[in-house]
Design a protein around this ligand. Structure first.
Ligand SMILES: Nc1nc2[nH]c(I)nc2c(=O)[nH]1
Length: 271
């Protein structure tokens, strides 16, 4: 079944992919799903024992990773001794890849189809708060969607109040009371914001700027999942600090913060 065919039901494709995951991993039902964004890759190993790992491109509806080496797999992990299973989606399709909103939302829909009731969305992003230095994890309290689009089609009216679950944010703060919170602004990308656009996002009430997450969260709410969003501030957004953006800075900050945020995520999921 081809996601790009408008006549095809994307939820039917998600169900087929979920059945394939159950068959390939031997895990009939998953309880929690995680999308690991830049800097968060190390968390998968800390969540628990990997039961099985499948190349995402072998599953219906997923495409090969845009950036070679960026995960590109779907993993089933036994969470500690809880008896619960986590589905780790290492293959995220970004809106800027231009493959359509159905592919952006596919992983989330597959997670719901595997039985998961909770979704953890993580990402790397730019920070608008000067004291959020590179490497800071920030809980997402709400989002502003500047993509101009939706993952939903037709008259699919969905309420987005408490989209980033207050219950799960409180649970995260039990693990780390020092966690800051912020509003995440999704830009279309793939270019970074100009300093003027960063100031616009600030005036609109944003604290984090990125190119993912908002569309996935909307699809997750529609699919009935409870959502926790956590950003890793890997750089200060353009114009916030006098030093210009550098990709090396982004990669270095993510690597440096990896152990702390991976343990944070594993502790949150284990609760
Ligand atoms: N839009 C946007 N996305 C990002 N992703 C990362 I990592 N840093 C940024 C950033 O500064 N702006």
């Amino acid at each position: 079944p081809d996601l790009d065919d408008p006549a095809v039901d994307p939820f039917a494709v998600a169900r087929v992919a979920a059945e394939a995951i159950a068959e390939r991993t031997g895990v009939e039902r998953h309880d929690v799903a995680l999308v690991l964004g830049s800097g968060w890759g190390g968390a998968a190993d800390l969540l628990g024992e990997t039961v099985a790992e499948v190349r995402a491109a072998e599953l219906p509806g997923f495409t090969a990773p845009a950036v070679v080496g960026h995960g590109g797999t779907v993993r089933s992990v036994r969470v500690g001794d809880t008896g619960r299973h986590a589905l780790v989606l290492g293959a995220r399709t970004h809106h800027y890849e231009g493959k359509g909103v159905r592919r952006v939302a596919h992983g989330v829909r597959v997670a719901a189809a595997t039985g998961a009731s909770t979704l953890v969305l993580t990402n790397g992003c730019g920070g608008l708060e000067p004291d959020w230095t590179a490497g800071s994890p920030v809980l997402i309290s709400d989002h502003i969607n500047l993509t101009g689009t939706s993952p939903l089609e037709g008259a699919t009216f969905v309420d987005l109040t408490d989209l980033y679950s207050a219950r799960l944010r409180a649970l995260a703060r039990q693990v780390d009371p020092t966690l800051a919170e912020g509003v995440y602004v999704q830009f279309p990308g793939p270019h970074y914001e100009t300093p003027a656009e960063v100031q616009m996002a600030k005036r609109m009430g944003g604290h984090l700027v990125g190119m993912s997450t908002a569309l996935e969260a909307i699809a997750a709410r529609h699919a009935g999942l409870e959502v926790l969003g956590i950003s890793l501030v890997t750089n200060q957004a353009a114009g916030i600090s006098p030093v210009p953006l550098s990709h090396e800075e982004v990669l270095a900050a993510g690597a440096e913060a990896a152990p702390r945020i991976s343990h944070l995520l594993a502790d949150i999921v284990a609760r």
